[in-house]
Design a protein around this ligand. Structure first.
Ligand code: C5P
Length: 207
């Protein structure tokens, strides 16, 4: 059983994916971490993000273990950099096999990202497309950063979210969009628990 979750930055799809996976005893992959990890290696080596070939090589040789434990991957700078290198088709190709294999594991898997329902797992049993208004996503991200003790300006975060939406939706390779057979869940007016309950109902109906 595969549950595919897609949606824009800070829509809550990661939290939702994690909770659904825990609920069903499935494995969970936050695929954004793969792109973030590629960006991180380039940045650590002072290689410009514009270097497609270098990004591709890094993606082909990426160590995918322990991504979950790396808190540096979760920062805003890495998200921004990930959205640059994720527009390169060869980078996406290099990360595809791992994601597909991950989806195959019994008894099931939850994958979240931008192109799970459209490209990575087009025949997923359930496809969710999670959205929320940019202002609400910025508000949540802002709170999360403050809670972690990081400095953050709401307006800056909102700008970043808008920029990332624009880039992720308008790129020619695997743009962010709902699969034709995805169920859209708008969480603008839902807290994390309500969003989880709503997602659970959709999975139970479809799965
Ligand atoms: O979801 P997250 O914010 O961690 O993703 C970081 C960036 O990686 C996104 O803005 C997007 O450009 C890219 N990404 C992608 N395809 C995925 C997951 C993430 O292109 N499946």
């Amino acid at each position: 059983m595969i549950i595919a979750i897609d949606g824009p930055a800070a829509s809550g799809k990661g939290t939702l994916g994690k909770r659904l996976a825990e609920h069903y005893g499935f494995a969970h992959l936050d695929t954004g971490l793969l792109y973030r990890a590629v960006a991180r290696v380039l940045m650590d080596r002072d290689v410009p993000l514009a270097d497609r070939d270098a990004a591709t090589q890094v993606a082909q040789n990426l160590d995918v273990s322990h991504l979950e434990d790396d808190s540096r991957l979760r920062g805003a700078a890495m998200g921004e950099a990930a959205s640059v290198i994720s527009a390169y088709q060869p980078v996406r190709d290099a990360l595809l096999a791992f994601q597909r294999q991950f989806g195959e594991q019994p008894p099931g898997a939850v994958l979240d990202g931008r192109d799970i329902g459209t490209v990575v797992c087009p025949s997923a049993d359930v496809k969710l497309f999670i959205t929320a208004a940019p202002e609400e996503r910025a508000r949540r991200r802002h709170l999360e950063l403050l809670r972690r003790g990081e400095q953050a300006e709401y307006e800056t975060i909102l700008d970043e979210i808008r920029r990332r939406d624009e880039r992720d939706m308008n790129r020619s390779t695997a743009p962010l969009k709902a699969a034709a057979d995805a169920v859209t869940l708008d969480t603008t007016h839902l807290d994390a628990d309500a969003a989880f309950q709503a997602a659970l109902r959709i999975v139970e109906d479809k799965g």
